[in-house]
Each structure stands twice: as C-alpha cells, then as structure tokens.
Design a protein around this ligand. Structure first.
Ligand code: GLU
Length: 479
C-alpha cells in the first residue's frame, strides 16, 4: 500500500509568524497536498521563557487565512493529539525513561557548578558522561534523596552518523563531535532535541520539512530513532529567507510578518504566491501562480539550496498583477477602507476613484497617497513640469498655463469630453501640442508626478472652481 504523506509545521509560539516560517509551512503543506497527504500543525511551546501569550492563536489564524488548512492541529484535533507540546509532558517522561532502559539515555545529577567547570578556553562545553558511570545503587540513592536530575542522550563516542537530506544530500557528523544533550529537563519539560523526535514518530510524520538550522543536528535526532528502533522520517531542510546577503529576515529590524503585509494592503493571494517563490521555482520559471497551480506544480526538484532574498519590490509588482485581475466590484470593496483613511474621506465619488486606481496601483495602501492631492495642495517644485519627451519645462508651463486658464474659465459644461475639446482647441490656438497642454495642466492642478488619471480626469474630479484656483496658484508659484 502506498504510504500517506504526512508533513508538519512545528512553530514555537514566540510572537508573530514570520515570512520564513510561513514559507516552510507552505512547502510542507504543498508537498503533502500534491500527493494527497496530510498537513499537521504542532505547537512547540516547551521553552517557557520564549512563550508569548496569544502567539498560538496568531499562528492558527495566519495559516488559515493564507489557505494552509491543516488536517490536524491544536484547535481541530486529530488522531495523534494533543498537538501542543506542553500538554504532552507525560508522553516525553515515559519515552525518556524507556530510552534510559534501552541504553540510549541516562540520568545526570551534575550540579550547575560542575557543568560550568567543563567549559574549555573558548567557553564551549561538552558533557563528559560523568553520570553515565554511576552505579544502579548510586542512582537509587540519589533518587531516594530527591536529587534533581536531567536525562541526557547517550551518544556513542566513536563512529559516524549520517543521513540523506532530500535537498542537501548526504550529511555526516562524527559522533565524537556530538554532545550528550539534555533530552528532559529537571522539571520534566523536554528539550526540542527530544520532543521533535518523539512527536514526529508518534504523529506519523514521514517527511520533516524545516529550516537548515537543524541540518547538522539531525544525525543526533536520528540516533534516538535508531535507539528506539523507529523508522526515521525523510528530511528536507530549507535554506533561510534573508533580508539581504548577510541578514536573515527579522522582526527586530522591522521586516514584515504575513499579517503586517496584509495590513499594508497586500492581497493574500499575491503574498502566498510570492512566498512560494522564496526558495522554489517551477520548471518553466513562471512567477504568477495561483494556489491551485502551486499545489499542482510544487516539487522537490524546484527547491533551491541557496538562501532566498525577500524583495519587497518584487512582491509589489506581483501584487499589482493580482490587483488588476480583481473584478472592479471586488477592487472597490477592498479599496473603500483606504479612501476612508485618506484626506478625501466622504468627499468624492469613490467608484470613479476605484475605476482610475485599479490600473495604477500596486498595493492598496498606496491609495491615500494617490488621492490625497485632491484635498491637499501644497507648493511643489516647479522642476516637476520638466518633461524632455514633451519638450516641456517651467518656462513652457508659464507660457501655456494662462491660455489654459482662459479657455477653462469660459467652459460651463465640465464634462470630460468638453474639457478635452477645450484643451485641444487651446493647444491648437497657441501652436502647442495637446500633450504639452495636458501635461502642464495636470502638474499645475495636482502638483504630483503621477496621478490616478490624466489632466481631464483630474480636472473633472476637482471641479471647475478648484481647478481654476489651482491653475492661478500654480502660475503665482511660477512667477
Ligand atoms: N519549533 C522549531 C522552530 O520553530 C521547529 C523546528 C522543526 O520544524 O522541527 O524552529
């Protein structure tokens, strides 16, 4: 029988779900779904110091919002729960003691001071297996006296441990370089080193997809699988997502989380699409891929071994592509809160604005900036009039604008067609090109290099009074 693929995402609830984490979750999800498998969410909250209240809820909500619907997890249950590590303490306790019985681990009663004394000149510490040689009687004695202990992994001192990572190939370490890490702390809490193995085994995970920070410690985990006689999962370690060549993405340096991006006005389809490309590409190098296409096309062959760089410009571009694909109604619905947040709140026909903006913006959050000029008109740099292609500059604007003013003053029907006709006529009358007239007018009444529409559209939106007022003002600024 073909085995069902089971992958998991195992975040620690330390705050928000960062882009690198979501990328890992996405690949685990896509890989499982491509083959009709299951995707599981497990919360790794054994490190009480790093625990952040509410973080688990953010993780669950983010995954669901992004479409990564997990088949098993803390809030949806499943056959192998609980899916929160702090609720599984009894399980780790039982397996850690089993591991002692079969020789894969041992109790260590060493004091902090003794452990400190094991540090070498560089400050590194490797446990010297001191407690491995305690006799049964000594151990019983200590237990009777209630001496606290940790449980350490008993790593062979000789030989080599290796495994085959599906992305990085053969990974090998010498056992003598591995430390007898703590598996269970004296308060009964497991460390990651132990909990990840027990859980991945009990939760029937057969493909472990996670960050490369675990690439070289995986041989150690495999020794635990081997000691128990459990089948090892297959591993795919993913390179990190970086801000630049040297730095990982990090919230501390202001890099955005998924939720930040959504709050900034990015569309989730675009964000998920972009995140999928942070370390993977389809055979044909296509960049715009729907969620369904991602599920169909995702493959291990397309994964990259090099770190990916998060490029917000590229996300903006991709988002723009998605914005243009929205139905006008949907775009309008999504744009509404941004008008409300802008200076034009309640003053203009939002539908007209939406019609103009959908073809021009990359993210919804650009909307206030794009429309604020309708209400806000501040002195601007006259260099804005310069446009080589049109042979226009401040001087030319100064010549053209008085004529424009005159012809618009006499215009009573302020429709776009009329405006257009009047401006063309004005251009012909003074021997200028229509493009030159339109350009000067648009700059004069908006003070912006790019606006959601051309001169006539902007004039119509502003209305006659304001258009004329602004032309006069701009002429004064040119004087
Ligand atoms: N809790 C670990 C982390 O957040 C998970 C590593 C894994 O997927 O095994 O880095």
């Amino acid at each position: 029988m073909k085995e069902t693929i089971r992958t998991r995402f195992a975040p620690s609830p330390t705050g928000y779900l960062h882009i690198g984490g979501l990328r890992t979750a996405l690949y685990a999800y896509l890989f499982a779904k491509k083959y009709g498998g299951k995707f599981i969410l497990r919360i790794e909250d054994t490190d009480a110091e790093r625990y952040v209240e509410g973080a688990t809820e953010i993780i669950c909500q983010t995954l669901k919002d992004a479409g990564l619907i997990y088949d098993e997890g803390p809030d949806v249950g499943g056959d192998y729960g609980p899916y929160v590590q702090s609720q599984r303490k009894h399980i780790y306790y039982e397996y850690a003691h089993k591991l002692i019985e079969i020789g894969g681990a041992y109790r260590c009663f060493c004091s902090k001071e003794r452990l400190e004394s094991l540090r070498d000149e560089s400050g590194a510490r490797k446990y010297d297996k001191h407690c491995l040689s305690l006799s049964e009687r000594e151990i019983e004695e200590k237990l009777r006296h209630g001496e606290p202990y940790v449980i350490r992994q008993n790593i062979p001192t000789e030989g080599v441990s290796s495994y085959y990572d599906l992305l990085f190939g053969k990974i090998e370490v010498e056992n003598k370089d591995l430390d007898d890490n703590v598996l269970l702390k004296s308060d009964g809490m497991p460390t990651y080193n132990f909990a990840n193995v027990v859980d991945d085994h009990l939760m029937r995970t057969n493909y472990v997809i996670r960050g490369t920070e675990y690439l070289s410690s995986t041989p150690k985990y495999n020794l635990i699988y081997d000691a128990f006689g459990w089948e090892r999962p297959k591993y795919i370690h993913l390179p990190p997502v970086m801000r630049d060549a040297q730095h990982k993405l990090s919230k501390r340096f202001g890099d955005p989380s998924y939720n930040d991006l959504i709050a900034e006005g990015f569309l989730k389809e675009a964000v998920v699409n972009y995140i999928a490309l942070l370390g993977w590409s389809p055979k044909d190098d296509r960049e715009k891929l729907s969620f369904e296409e991602l599920k169909e096309l995702f493959s291990l062959e397309g994964l990259s071994k090099s770190p990916a760089i998060f490029d917000k410009r590229k996300l903006m571009w991709l988002n723009g592509e998605y914005v243009r694909e929205l139905s006008p109604e949907r775009f309008h619905e999504l744009a509404l809160p941004y008008y409300e947040k802008s200076k034009v709140k309640g003053l203009y026909d939002y539908k007209i604005l939406s019609r103009l903006l959908q073809t021009r913006i990359e993210t919804l959050s650009q909307i206030p900036d794009m429309v604020n000029f309708l209400e806000e008109f501040d002195r601007f740099d006259p260099a804005l009039y310069r446009r080589d292609k049109l042979k226009v500059d401040e001087q030319k604007a100064k010549e053209i604008l008085p004529h424009v003013l005159k012809s618009l003053e006499g215009l009573s029907d302020w429709s776009e067609e009329n405006l257009h006709a009047a401006l063309s006529e004005c251009a012909a009358g003074i021997g200028a090109k229509a493009g030159q007239v339109m350009w000067c007018l648009r700059i004069a009444i908006t003070g912006k290099e790019s606006t959601p529409g051309g001169a006539t559209e902007m004039a119509r939106l502003l209305g006659k009074d304001r258009t004329l007022q602004r032309i006069r003002q701009s002429l004064r600024w040119l004087a």
